[in-house]
Design a protein around this ligand. Structure first.
Ligand SMILES: Cc1ncc(COP(=O)(O)O)c(C=O)c1O
Length: 372
């Protein structure tokens, strides 16, 4: 799809990019300054592999405060992006034939990484009828003696759904009863519009068996800085550290200094970005539901809409190609995120209101052209 989008642009076609999962905002000034000053002040050498002690301390404090648990710096590892934590967790925990329960639809690296380590991917259906949550008896039926890991993404990519406290308690009980680890992807935890973000790690007895993935990419518009972290028990963190030593040596030092400023500095820019995302979400939610043939649930968080396109009669891949080739709007087929994503497209609203307005006009034309 990327290749096709580039080809169309090279031919002079204007494309509205609603496929990209990263903030359109610039990194806040205070964070940029901290990074620039760090370079000027000589933070251009290796850092300790597990991360700068000041940053690990800041992360431990932040997670302790927001998740209501007690986390120490030796339970934290700083990585070049949250994505590393997916890879490290799977490399540390999975053996050939182990089973991993992964949300479907869900952020696709979970599936590909699990397969890389010879594990069996067990899809947890997240369907629109349950507001993109899950059916409890279905979830229970997926657990077997080989289940090693459950992946949770909340707020979710691609649906924007936030798991409720009672959903989390249900999963926590299953994990405890069956001795299963939970990888809790909390990268969108600060981008929430409805309800309140809850972490499964806050539930008694869960901290020891939960790996929290979080980072700076989404909250602070820092995707290109490559800065994320994992929080887990000390033994796992030590294993993760060996992986990091063998691969990257450490996360860029000046990037980590910028991360300290991000966590400890003024948070007004984050609040402003979330306010803008909410405005865009409300605009798109109303407009898309106003197009006959499309429908969408209101997402609780993140910056995606998962739009039901079933009434168009096209597959999600066909619809995405049709929209891109003929109407200049780039989106992602729901099927990219798993079997249960078929019949949907993912729209990212990390884009300007001006572009979203243009996109809505084009999407409306596209759907009307199918009917006529
Ligand atoms: C659900 C989810 N987890 C993790 C990541 C990885 O983020 P990063 O590696 O930039 O920290 C992303 C990025 O798109 C994501 O959507």
């Amino acid at each position: 799809m990327k290749v096709l989008t580039r080809k169309l642009e090279n031919e002079g076609k204007e494309i509205v990019h609603l496929e990209i999962g990263e903030p359109d905002f610039d990194t806040p000034e205070n964070i940029k300054e901290a990074g620039i000053n760090a370079i000027k002040n000589g933070f251009t050498h290796y850092a300790p592999s597990q991360g700068l002690p000041e940053l690990r301390e800041a992360v431990a404090g932040y997670i302790s405060r927001t998740r209501h648990i007690s986390v120490t710096p030796d339970e934290v590892i700083i990585t070049p992006g949250g994505k590393d934590i997916i890879f490290y967790t799977m490399m540390a925990l999975l053996n050939e034939g182990d089973e991993v329960i992964i949300p479907d639809p869900g952020y696709y690296p979970y599936r590909t990484d699990a397969e890389l380590f010879g594990a069996k991917v067990v899809s947890l259906p997240l369907v629109e009828e349950t507001n993109f949550s899950f059916n409890r008896s279905v979830f229970k039926s997926l657990i077997t003696p080989r289940t090693k890991l459950i992946v949770l993404i909340s707020p979710a990519n691609p649906t924007g759904n936030l798991f409720s406290q009672s959903d989390l308690e249900f999963i926590a009980n299953l994990a405890k009863e069956n001795d299963i680890y939970v990888l809790s992807d909390e990268i969108y935890s600060r981008i929430v519009y409805e309800g309140e973000f809850q972490s499964i790690a806050s539930i008694p007895g869960m901290k020891e068996r939960t790996i929290i993935l979080d980072g700076f990419s989404k909250t602070y518009a820092m995707t290109g800085w490559r800065l994320g972290y994992g929080v887990a028990n000390k033994n796992l963190i030590q294993i993760f550290n060996k992986f990091l030593v063998s691969s990257n040596s450490c996360t860029a030092t000046f990037t980590q200094i910028a991360g300290i400023e991000a966590l400890k500095g003024n948070q007004d820019a984050v609040n402003e970005m979330v306010r803008a995302y909410k405005e865009r979400r409300d605009f798109l939610y109303k407009e898309i539901n106003g197009i006959e043939g499309l429908s969408v649930k209101k997402p609780d968080g993140a910056f995606y809409l998962f739009v039901n396109i079933k009434k168009t009669g096209m597959s999600s891949n066909e619809f995405v190609l049709y929209l891109l080739n003929n109407f200049g709007v780039a989106t992602i087929p729901g099927s990219t995120f798993g079997t249960y994503g078929e019949g949907y497209i993912r729209i990212s609203y990390a884009n300007s209101m001006e572009n979203l307005r243009k996109a809505v006009i084009q999407i409306r034309k596209a759907v009307e052209a199918i009917k006529s």
